[in-house]
Design a protein around this ligand. Structure first.
Ligand SMILES: [Zn+2]
Length: 288
């Protein structure tokens, strides 16, 4: 893995060759640090641990932005520390550990299965990660994955966006959720409401400045608008087969949800209400 680069004071980022996946390290007092989403291969994590040691940094805690395999990895050399996540992310990872381990093994084999996906739920009312370093606010929503938690560092204006705000990936909805499009848009709205973002670090892709953050929000808002329209469309980020396949699946899923809403069978009141909220969220969407 390329070495850690300081993108803001006390914020270090390394990027793996696999899926252009980022690992972020936030420097705290007395050689402590907070590690966000260490990834991806066994060698990447070993290099990260070695580089932290060489810099005199010792993880005090970690944060997993969401319960997908490439965001819940760990190795012994990083130390036995709490690896926090949003409550729903932690419980989802615990319930799906076997699948997480299998998925990791398929792409980045050799990780210690005992450590994979072992997350500690943040206190339900907590809005920041408990550690001694710079304030690390969490922005939790269910876009992309249950309990997706971005991290915002108001001191340096850094947003660690998890798998949102990418320059190389389209918005990836959690199609297993009740309202994938509505949840994704709610997540974008939460991120857009942050003030003072000076750099954004996507889980996959390249670090961007404030203007680039706004550009990505607009691009992702535009993508979700188009998706809601139900008519096939293109996006400049559809550069790989898996992205095109995912894009088609998302289009079909949203179109099917619209159909159900337009022609409700003997649906339950709750199902109908969920569909309605998705459609009204669509029509009320705007970026300023
Ligand atoms: Zn990811």
């Amino acid at each position: 893995m390329p070495e850690l680069t300081e993108i803001a004071t006390g914020v270090l980022v390394a990027t793996s060759e696999i899926y252009v996946t980022t690992t972020t390290v936030i420097v705290g007092p007395d050689g402590s640090c907070l590690v966000v989403d260490p990834a991806v291969t066994v060698a990447d994590l070993a290099d990260l641990a070695a580089e932290l040691a060489a810099r005199g940094l010792r993880p005090q805690a970690a944060w997993s932005t969401h319960p997908h395999w490439d965001h819940v990895l760990w190795c012994r050399e990083l130390g036995d520390v709490p690896r926090f996540a949003a409550p729903l992310a932690a419980s989802t990872a615990a319930a799906g550990r076997a699948q997480l381990i299998a998925a990791a093994q398929a792409t980045a084999p050799g990780h210690d299965p005992e450590l994979l996906g072992r997350l500690t739920a943040l206190e339900p009312a907590a809005d920041r990660i408990p550690w001694d370093g710079p304030d690390a606010h969490v922005v939790i929503h269910d876009g992309h994955a249950p309990g997706h938690g971005a991290v915002f560092l108001p001191g340096s204006g850094t947003l660690i966006a998890g798998d949102m705000c990418s320059d190389i990936e389209i918005p990836l909805l959690d199609l297993a959720g009740r309202d994938p499009l509505g949840d994704y848009r709610a997540g974008l709205e939460r991120l857009a409401a942050l003030t003072g973002v000076r750099q954004v670090i996507p889980g996959h892709g390249h670090v961007g400045d404030a203007a680039e953050f706004r550009r990505r929000l607009a691009a992702d808002g535009g993508y979700t608008n188009a998706l809601a329209g139900g008519v096939p469309f293109e996006d400049p980020r559809l550069t790989q087969d898996w992205l095109r396949d995912t894009h088609s699946r998302q289009l079909r899923h949203v179109a099917a949800a619209r159909k159900v809403n337009a022609n409700p069978p003997a649906a339950s009141v709750a199902d109908r209400a969920a569909a309605d909220s998705s459609i009204s969220a669509v029509s009320g969407w705007a970026w300023s």
